[in-house]
Design a protein around this ligand. Structure first.
Ligand code: SF4
Ligand code: SF4
Length: 370
Protein backbone atom coordinates (compact mmCIF):
# COMPACT_ATOMS: atom_id res chain seq x y z
CA UNK A 1 0.00 0.00 0.00
CA UNK A 2 1.31 3.46 -0.87
CA UNK A 3 2.57 5.54 2.05
CA UNK A 4 3.46 9.17 2.64
CA UNK A 5 5.49 10.74 5.40
CA UNK A 6 3.52 12.79 7.91
CA UNK A 7 5.53 16.00 7.91
CA UNK A 8 8.45 16.26 10.30
CA UNK A 9 7.19 13.36 12.47
CA UNK A 10 8.85 11.05 9.96
CA UNK A 11 5.97 8.55 10.35
CA UNK A 12 4.84 6.88 7.13
CA UNK A 13 1.05 6.72 6.82
CA UNK A 14 -0.87 4.71 4.27
CA UNK A 15 -2.44 7.20 1.84
CA UNK A 16 -5.89 6.17 3.04
CA UNK A 17 -6.58 5.90 6.76
CA UNK A 18 -9.42 4.29 8.72
CA UNK A 19 -11.88 6.82 10.14
CA UNK A 20 -13.74 5.65 13.23
CA UNK A 21 -16.64 8.10 12.99
CA UNK A 22 -19.25 5.81 11.45
CA UNK A 23 -19.13 2.71 13.62
CA UNK A 24 -22.89 2.75 14.34
CA UNK A 25 -25.76 0.33 14.03
CA UNK A 26 -24.07 -3.10 14.35
CA UNK A 27 -22.70 -4.94 17.34
CA UNK A 28 -19.24 -4.42 18.76
CA UNK A 29 -17.88 -7.64 17.25
CA UNK A 30 -18.86 -6.54 13.72
CA UNK A 31 -16.86 -3.34 14.07
CA UNK A 32 -13.89 -4.97 15.79
CA UNK A 33 -13.73 -7.54 12.95
CA UNK A 34 -13.89 -4.77 10.34
CA UNK A 35 -11.13 -2.77 12.05
CA UNK A 36 -8.95 -5.90 12.21
CA UNK A 37 -9.68 -6.61 8.53
CA UNK A 38 -8.56 -3.08 7.66
CA UNK A 39 -5.35 -3.43 9.68
CA UNK A 40 -4.61 -6.81 8.09
CA UNK A 41 -5.28 -5.32 4.64
CA UNK A 42 -2.43 -2.89 5.38
CA UNK A 43 -4.09 0.37 6.47
CA UNK A 44 -1.93 1.78 9.25
CA UNK A 45 -3.56 5.06 10.37
CA UNK A 46 -6.61 4.73 12.63
CA UNK A 47 -8.41 7.89 13.61
CA UNK A 48 -11.04 8.16 16.31
CA UNK A 49 -12.34 10.36 19.10
CA UNK A 50 -13.54 9.66 22.59
CA UNK A 51 -16.92 11.13 21.55
CA UNK A 52 -17.47 9.33 18.22
CA UNK A 53 -20.41 6.96 18.00
CA UNK A 54 -21.79 7.80 21.44
CA UNK A 55 -18.32 7.23 22.93
CA UNK A 56 -18.05 3.64 21.62
CA UNK A 57 -15.67 4.15 18.66
CA UNK A 58 -12.45 3.89 20.69
CA UNK A 59 -13.57 0.63 22.30
CA UNK A 60 -14.42 -0.93 18.91
CA UNK A 61 -11.12 0.20 17.39
CA UNK A 62 -9.17 -0.95 20.45
CA UNK A 63 -10.75 -4.40 20.28
CA UNK A 64 -10.13 -4.66 16.52
CA UNK A 65 -6.47 -3.69 16.84
CA UNK A 66 -5.85 -5.98 19.79
CA UNK A 67 -3.16 -8.42 18.63
CA UNK A 68 -2.00 -6.28 15.70
CA UNK A 69 1.70 -5.42 16.25
CA UNK A 70 1.66 -2.02 17.95
CA UNK A 71 4.58 -0.69 15.94
CA UNK A 72 2.80 -1.41 12.63
CA UNK A 73 -0.06 1.03 13.26
CA UNK A 74 -0.61 4.65 14.23
CA UNK A 75 -3.54 5.57 16.45
CA UNK A 76 -4.97 9.04 16.76
CA UNK A 77 -7.74 10.17 19.08
CA UNK A 78 -8.96 13.55 20.23
CA UNK A 79 -10.74 15.72 22.77
CA UNK A 80 -13.67 17.94 21.94
CA UNK A 81 -13.96 21.59 22.87
CA UNK A 82 -16.06 20.64 25.91
CA UNK A 83 -12.97 19.00 27.35
CA UNK A 84 -10.88 22.14 27.07
CA UNK A 85 -11.25 22.93 30.73
CA UNK A 86 -8.38 21.94 32.96
CA UNK A 87 -5.21 19.87 32.85
CA UNK A 88 -6.90 17.31 35.11
CA UNK A 89 -10.01 17.03 32.90
CA UNK A 90 -8.04 16.39 29.76
CA UNK A 91 -5.80 13.89 31.57
CA UNK A 92 -8.86 11.91 32.67
CA UNK A 93 -10.01 11.87 29.04
CA UNK A 94 -6.57 10.76 27.81
CA UNK A 95 -6.40 7.95 30.40
CA UNK A 96 -9.85 6.77 29.39
CA UNK A 97 -8.90 6.80 25.68
CA UNK A 98 -5.78 4.73 26.42
CA UNK A 99 -7.87 2.22 28.35
CA UNK A 100 -10.54 1.89 25.65
CA UNK A 101 -7.97 1.64 22.86
CA UNK A 102 -6.01 -0.95 24.89
CA UNK A 103 -2.69 0.82 24.34
CA UNK A 104 -0.14 2.49 26.59
CA UNK A 105 0.58 5.40 24.27
CA UNK A 106 -1.18 7.35 21.53
CA UNK A 107 0.70 8.16 18.34
CA UNK A 108 -1.39 11.30 17.88
CA UNK A 109 -3.66 13.36 20.06
CA UNK A 110 -5.72 16.05 18.39
CA UNK A 111 -7.54 19.09 19.68
CA UNK A 112 -10.92 18.64 18.04
CA UNK A 113 -12.46 21.43 15.99
CA UNK A 114 -10.10 24.03 17.43
CA UNK A 115 -10.87 27.69 16.67
CA UNK A 116 -7.91 30.09 16.85
CA UNK A 117 -9.47 32.09 19.69
CA UNK A 118 -9.82 28.95 21.87
CA UNK A 119 -6.19 28.05 21.21
CA UNK A 120 -4.99 31.38 22.59
CA UNK A 121 -7.13 30.84 25.67
CA UNK A 122 -6.06 27.26 26.40
CA UNK A 123 -2.40 27.95 25.58
CA UNK A 124 -2.25 30.80 28.07
CA UNK A 125 -4.24 29.21 30.87
CA UNK A 126 -2.25 27.89 33.80
CA UNK A 127 -3.48 24.42 34.71
CA UNK A 128 -5.41 24.32 31.42
CA UNK A 129 -5.88 21.78 28.64
CA UNK A 130 -2.56 22.30 26.88
CA UNK A 131 -0.63 22.03 30.12
CA UNK A 132 -2.32 18.66 30.73
CA UNK A 133 -1.54 17.47 27.21
CA UNK A 134 2.09 18.61 27.37
CA UNK A 135 2.50 16.72 30.66
CA UNK A 136 1.03 13.57 29.07
CA UNK A 137 3.52 14.04 26.20
CA UNK A 138 6.40 14.39 28.66
CA UNK A 139 5.30 11.12 30.27
CA UNK A 140 5.31 9.36 26.89
CA UNK A 141 1.53 8.85 26.75
CA UNK A 142 1.21 10.97 23.60
CA UNK A 143 3.85 11.12 20.87
CA UNK A 144 2.55 13.88 18.60
CA UNK A 145 0.01 16.68 18.86
CA UNK A 146 -2.35 17.82 16.11
CA UNK A 147 -5.61 19.68 15.68
CA UNK A 148 -8.72 19.47 13.56
CA UNK A 149 -10.44 22.61 12.43
CA UNK A 150 -13.42 24.08 10.63
CA UNK A 151 -12.15 27.63 11.26
CA UNK A 152 -11.44 30.14 8.49
CA UNK A 153 -8.38 29.22 6.39
CA UNK A 154 -6.35 32.19 7.69
CA UNK A 155 -7.06 31.14 11.29
CA UNK A 156 -6.00 27.58 10.55
CA UNK A 157 -2.79 28.98 9.08
CA UNK A 158 -2.24 30.98 12.28
CA UNK A 159 -2.68 27.77 14.28
CA UNK A 160 -0.07 26.04 12.10
CA UNK A 161 2.35 28.88 12.76
CA UNK A 162 2.13 28.57 16.56
CA UNK A 163 4.70 25.76 16.33
CA UNK A 164 2.54 23.67 18.68
CA UNK A 165 1.32 21.08 16.18
CA UNK A 166 2.77 18.35 13.98
CA UNK A 167 -0.41 17.54 12.04
CA UNK A 168 -3.68 19.13 10.99
CA UNK A 169 -6.87 17.32 10.04
CA UNK A 170 -9.05 19.38 7.71
CA UNK A 171 -11.71 19.17 5.03
CA UNK A 172 -10.62 19.02 1.42
CA UNK A 173 -12.19 17.47 -1.63
CA UNK A 174 -12.95 17.88 -5.28
CA UNK A 175 -15.90 20.18 -4.59
CA UNK A 176 -14.44 22.09 -1.64
CA UNK A 177 -10.94 23.52 -2.11
CA UNK A 178 -11.17 26.40 0.33
CA UNK A 179 -8.41 24.90 2.54
CA UNK A 180 -5.77 24.70 -0.20
CA UNK A 181 -3.76 27.64 1.24
CA UNK A 182 -3.74 25.89 4.64
CA UNK A 183 -2.44 22.68 3.07
CA UNK A 184 0.28 24.60 1.26
CA UNK A 185 1.42 26.31 4.46
CA UNK A 186 1.40 23.01 6.34
CA UNK A 187 3.68 21.57 3.67
CA UNK A 188 6.00 24.55 3.96
CA UNK A 189 6.19 24.12 7.75
CA UNK A 190 6.66 20.33 7.68
CA UNK A 191 3.25 19.67 9.23
CA UNK A 192 1.34 16.55 8.19
CA UNK A 193 -2.06 17.00 6.53
CA UNK A 194 -4.83 14.49 7.16
CA UNK A 195 -7.86 15.04 4.95
CA UNK A 196 -11.31 14.38 6.33
CA UNK A 197 -14.21 14.08 3.93
CA UNK A 198 -12.24 13.23 0.76
CA UNK A 199 -15.54 11.91 -0.63
CA UNK A 200 -17.53 14.79 0.87
CA UNK A 201 -18.89 12.57 3.66
CA UNK A 202 -19.40 9.73 1.15
CA UNK A 203 -21.54 11.90 -1.11
CA UNK A 204 -19.05 11.74 -3.98
CA UNK A 205 -19.61 7.98 -4.12
CA UNK A 206 -23.40 8.34 -4.55
CA UNK A 207 -25.59 8.58 -7.64
CA UNK A 208 -25.39 11.79 -9.66
CA UNK A 209 -26.42 12.39 -13.25
CA UNK A 210 -24.14 15.43 -13.37
CA UNK A 211 -21.08 13.48 -12.22
CA UNK A 212 -21.89 10.46 -14.34
CA UNK A 213 -21.83 12.73 -17.39
CA UNK A 214 -18.47 13.99 -16.14
CA UNK A 215 -16.84 10.70 -15.16
CA UNK A 216 -18.52 8.18 -17.45
CA UNK A 217 -20.81 5.21 -16.96
CA UNK A 218 -19.13 3.69 -13.92
CA UNK A 219 -20.20 6.89 -12.26
CA UNK A 220 -20.17 6.18 -8.54
CA UNK A 221 -16.98 4.13 -8.44
CA UNK A 222 -15.27 6.41 -10.93
CA UNK A 223 -16.28 9.53 -9.02
CA UNK A 224 -14.97 8.02 -5.77
CA UNK A 225 -11.67 7.10 -7.36
CA UNK A 226 -11.25 10.46 -9.07
CA UNK A 227 -12.11 12.14 -5.76
CA UNK A 228 -9.37 10.21 -3.93
CA UNK A 229 -6.91 10.76 -6.75
CA UNK A 230 -7.69 14.47 -6.69
CA UNK A 231 -6.92 14.71 -2.95
CA UNK A 232 -3.74 12.66 -3.33
CA UNK A 233 -2.63 14.87 -6.21
CA UNK A 234 -1.81 17.50 -3.62
CA UNK A 235 1.78 16.63 -2.64
CA UNK A 236 1.33 18.15 0.83
CA UNK A 237 -1.50 15.75 1.74
CA UNK A 238 -0.29 12.87 3.91
CA UNK A 239 -3.39 10.73 4.09
CA UNK A 240 -7.14 10.80 3.44
CA UNK A 241 -9.50 9.40 6.06
CA UNK A 242 -12.27 7.10 4.90
CA UNK A 243 -15.22 6.05 7.05
CA UNK A 244 -15.23 2.35 6.08
CA UNK A 245 -18.34 0.49 7.22
CA UNK A 246 -18.17 -2.86 5.40
CA UNK A 247 -15.69 -5.32 3.90
CA UNK A 248 -16.40 -3.98 0.41
CA UNK A 249 -15.25 -0.50 1.52
CA UNK A 250 -12.03 -1.99 2.89
CA UNK A 251 -11.43 -3.83 -0.36
CA UNK A 252 -12.22 -0.86 -2.62
CA UNK A 253 -10.06 1.46 -0.53
CA UNK A 254 -7.24 -1.09 -0.49
CA UNK A 255 -7.21 -1.16 -4.28
CA UNK A 256 -7.23 2.63 -4.47
CA UNK A 257 -4.50 2.97 -1.81
CA UNK A 258 -2.35 0.42 -3.61
CA UNK A 259 -2.72 1.71 -7.14
CA UNK A 260 -4.17 5.23 -7.27
CA UNK A 261 -1.86 7.74 -8.82
CA UNK A 262 -2.21 11.50 -8.59
CA UNK A 263 -4.20 12.94 -11.47
CA UNK A 264 -1.88 13.69 -14.35
CA UNK A 265 -1.62 17.36 -15.32
CA UNK A 266 -3.83 16.59 -18.35
CA UNK A 267 -6.47 14.82 -16.20
CA UNK A 268 -6.36 17.62 -13.64
CA UNK A 269 -6.93 20.12 -16.42
CA UNK A 270 -10.02 18.22 -17.62
CA UNK A 271 -11.46 17.90 -14.10
CA UNK A 272 -10.79 21.56 -13.33
CA UNK A 273 -12.26 22.67 -16.65
CA UNK A 274 -15.41 20.58 -16.13
CA UNK A 275 -15.86 21.63 -12.52
CA UNK A 276 -15.27 25.27 -13.41
CA UNK A 277 -18.56 25.14 -15.32
CA UNK A 278 -20.30 24.61 -11.99
CA UNK A 279 -18.16 26.94 -9.88
CA UNK A 280 -20.16 30.11 -10.45
CA UNK A 281 -23.45 28.36 -9.72
CA UNK A 282 -21.97 26.72 -6.61
CA UNK A 283 -20.47 29.94 -5.27
CA UNK A 284 -23.58 32.01 -5.93
CA UNK A 285 -25.01 30.49 -2.77
CA UNK A 286 -21.88 30.31 -0.62
CA UNK A 287 -18.12 30.31 -1.17
CA UNK A 288 -17.47 28.35 2.02
CA UNK A 289 -15.25 31.10 3.46
CA UNK A 290 -16.67 30.56 7.01
CA UNK A 291 -16.60 34.22 8.03
CA UNK A 292 -20.15 33.72 9.33
CA UNK A 293 -19.01 31.09 11.84
CA UNK A 294 -19.49 30.31 14.62
CA UNK A 295 -23.26 30.56 14.92
CA UNK A 296 -24.32 31.00 18.55
CA UNK A 297 -26.90 28.25 18.04
CA UNK A 298 -24.33 25.86 16.56
CA UNK A 299 -25.82 25.85 13.06
CA UNK A 300 -23.22 24.58 10.57
CA UNK A 301 -24.00 27.39 8.13
CA UNK A 302 -21.30 26.71 5.55
CA UNK A 303 -21.74 22.95 5.87
CA UNK A 304 -25.52 23.19 5.28
CA UNK A 305 -24.92 25.37 2.22
CA UNK A 306 -22.21 23.00 0.95
CA UNK A 307 -24.70 20.13 1.01
CA UNK A 308 -27.36 22.28 -0.66
CA UNK A 309 -24.80 23.06 -3.37
CA UNK A 310 -23.88 19.40 -3.77
CA UNK A 311 -27.56 18.58 -4.29
CA UNK A 312 -28.53 21.60 -6.40
CA UNK A 313 -25.43 22.09 -8.55
CA UNK A 314 -23.81 18.66 -8.74
CA UNK A 315 -26.99 16.54 -8.62
CA UNK A 316 -25.84 14.68 -5.49
CA UNK A 317 -29.34 14.79 -4.02
CA UNK A 318 -29.67 11.47 -2.19
CA UNK A 319 -26.16 11.57 -0.73
CA UNK A 320 -26.59 15.17 0.46
CA UNK A 321 -29.91 14.39 2.09
CA UNK A 322 -28.45 11.36 3.86
CA UNK A 323 -25.56 13.45 5.16
CA UNK A 324 -27.81 16.32 6.24
CA UNK A 325 -29.99 13.92 8.23
CA UNK A 326 -26.99 13.39 10.52
CA UNK A 327 -26.78 17.07 11.46
CA UNK A 328 -29.79 16.82 13.74
CA UNK A 329 -28.00 14.05 15.60
CA UNK A 330 -24.24 14.05 15.94
CA UNK A 331 -22.45 14.96 12.74
CA UNK A 332 -19.73 12.40 12.26
CA UNK A 333 -16.91 14.92 12.20
CA UNK A 334 -18.29 17.45 14.56
CA UNK A 335 -21.46 18.66 16.19
CA UNK A 336 -22.95 21.06 13.67
CA UNK A 337 -26.66 21.56 13.96
CA UNK A 338 -29.09 21.70 11.06
CA UNK A 339 -30.95 24.78 9.77
CA UNK A 340 -33.96 24.27 12.06
CA UNK A 341 -31.81 25.46 14.97
CA UNK A 342 -31.50 28.95 13.39
CA UNK A 343 -33.32 31.52 15.53
CA UNK A 344 -32.94 34.18 12.81
CA UNK A 345 -30.93 36.35 15.21
CA UNK A 346 -29.06 37.85 12.21
CA UNK A 347 -25.63 37.76 13.89
CA UNK A 348 -24.09 35.98 10.90
CA UNK A 349 -25.50 38.17 8.15
CA UNK A 350 -23.23 41.18 8.59
CA UNK A 351 -20.16 38.91 8.57
CA UNK A 352 -20.91 37.38 5.14
CA UNK A 353 -18.85 38.99 2.36
CA UNK A 354 -21.32 37.59 -0.21
CA UNK A 355 -24.16 39.51 1.50
CA UNK A 356 -26.19 36.32 1.67
CA UNK A 357 -29.49 36.48 3.53
CA UNK A 358 -28.34 33.51 5.57
CA UNK A 359 -31.51 32.83 7.63
CA UNK A 360 -33.76 32.72 4.58
CA UNK A 361 -31.23 30.72 2.50
CA UNK A 362 -30.95 28.25 5.37
CA UNK A 363 -34.70 27.74 5.21
CA UNK A 364 -34.51 27.06 1.46
CA UNK A 365 -31.53 24.72 1.92
CA UNK A 366 -33.40 22.82 4.62
CA UNK A 367 -36.42 22.29 2.34
CA UNK A 368 -34.12 20.95 -0.37
CA UNK A 369 -32.30 18.60 1.99
CA UNK A 370 -35.20 16.88 3.77
S1 SF4 B 1 -29.24 33.97 11.99
FE1 SF4 B 1 -29.39 31.79 12.38
S2 SF4 B 1 -27.55 30.94 11.46
FE2 SF4 B 1 -27.21 33.14 11.66
S3 SF4 B 1 -26.13 33.35 13.63
FE3 SF4 B 1 -28.34 33.61 14.03
S4 SF4 B 1 -29.04 31.57 14.60
FE4 SF4 B 1 -27.06 31.31 13.60
S1 SF4 C 1 -22.58 32.05 4.27
FE1 SF4 C 1 -21.25 33.74 3.62
S2 SF4 C 1 -19.77 33.97 5.28
FE2 SF4 C 1 -20.74 31.98 5.55
S3 SF4 C 1 -19.37 30.56 4.54
FE3 SF4 C 1 -20.94 31.14 3.05
S4 SF4 C 1 -20.09 32.89 1.91
FE4 SF4 C 1 -18.83 32.62 3.76
Amino acid sequence: MQKRTCGRTGLDFTVIGFGGMRLHGKDEKYWADLVREAAEAGFNYFETSHRYCSSTSETKIGEGLNGIPRDSIYISTKSSADDFLTADTVRTTIDESLRKLQVDYLDFYQLWSLPLKDYHEIAAKKGGTLEGIRKAMDEGLIRHLGFTSHDKPENQIALLRTGEFEAVTLQYNLLNRVNEPVIEEAGRLGIGVIVMGPLYGGILGTESKVLSDLFGDAATDAAAEVAFRFVLSNPNVTCAISGMTKSLDVEQNRKIAETAKPLTPAEMKVVEKELAKFKTAAESLCTGCRYCMPCPQGVGIFAVFALANAARVYGLVDGSRAEYAKFAREWPYDSFKDATFCTQCGACVAKCPQKIDIPSELEKAHKLLV
